[in-house]
Design a protein around this ligand. Structure first.
Ligand SMILES: NC(=O)c1ccc[n+]([C@@H]2O[C@H](COP(=O)([O-])OP(=O)(O)OC[C@H]3O[C@@H](n4cnc5c(N)ncnc54)[C@H](OP(=O)(O)O)[C@@H]3O)[C@@H](O)[C@H]2O)c1
Length: 237
């Protein structure tokens, strides 16, 4: 994207050491996109890593298409809240997996079915899915065998040995496959998401914000694994 002084932009700074806990940062122009006017700075800060991870996992690895059944495990989290909405935008039927107190939120994001994992193990679901996207690495390819279609794919954000072995075998053998997402920074993809933000088809769920000097408290909260949507550090009020 062509940038010029004064333009409001946002970007995924890439894998560590991306370095976005700062008042200013150097970034490759290819990673930058126009910040949508409809998003506040806090909302925009919540998008690049999680939104791109969800988009790339579902579209590039899962080859999502309209009519597919997609289960999102961790549907109330940073990646999950985007995954539910993006899957819906592609025309999929979404089952979200979260704790019961967050079922209403996940339904409001577009999940037609919600499984409360505290009451039901999602791997006992009776519906078979073309894609199971495990955004929080709580399941595995073997546990999802019976809830995937015969050529379905289990995608994880976590490269466990089982997932990696299945990624290799899946390329050699017919049947169910696995994938691991490692999100890449790409401003063009943020522009792709911008259209949905501007049309009101995608929204950002922000749990809490902290001022930059309290980054350690923000990390401690994140490590509880119970954040709803994304947490954001505010560099300057
Ligand atoms: N590979 C990549 O490129 C990439 C990119 C981004 C993130 N990641 C990784 O992906 C993971 C998820 O990131 P995130 O930002 O989405 O995490 P997050 O926001 O911290 O996830 C928290 C969510 O996990 C849910 N959760 C906890 N236990 C669960 C369970 N057993 N079943 C279903 N949901 C459960 C919680 O919901 P409840 O409160 O309802 O339990 C909470 O909403 C992290 O490990 C992160 O490091 C990887």
């Amino acid at each position: 994207m062509a940038v010029h002084p004064g333009r409001e932009v946002y970007a995924n700074l890439g894998l560590p050491p991306g370095g976005s806990y700062a008042e200013s940062v150097a970034v490759d122009q290819s990673a930058v996109a126009r910040k949508p006017d409809s998003l506040s700075y806090i909302e925009a800060a919540a998008v690049p890593v999680t939104g791109q991870t969800a988009l790339q996992a579902l579209r590039d690895i899962g080859r999502i298409r309209a009519g597919m059944r997609v289960m999102v495990i961790g549907a109330a989290g940073g990646v999950g809240t985007f995954a539910v909405q993006i899957a819906r935008q592609f025309g999929a039927q979404v089952t979200g997996v979260c704790s019961g107190s967050k079922a209403e939120l996940v339904g409001s994001l577009g999940a037609e079915r919600v499984i409360d994992y505290e009451r039901q193990d999602p791997s006992t679901d009776t519906v078979r899915h073309e894609i199971v996207f495990d955004t929080v690495g709580k399941s595995s390819p073997s546990r999802c065998r019976d809830i995937l279609t015969d050529d379905g794919i289990y995608i994880s954000t976590l490269p466990t040995p089982e997932v990696l072995a299945k990624v290799v075998l899946g390329n050699l053998l017919p049947g169910q496959r696995s994938g691991v997402i490692t999100a890449r920074a790409d401003g063009g993809e943020l522009e792709f998401l911008n259209r949905w933000f501007e049309e009101g088809k995608l929204r950002v769920v922000v749990d809490r914000t902290w001022p930059l000097p309290e980054a350690a408290a923000a990390h401690a909260y994140s490590e509880t694994g119970r954040a709803t949507g994304k947490i954001v550090l505010v560099v300057r009020e």
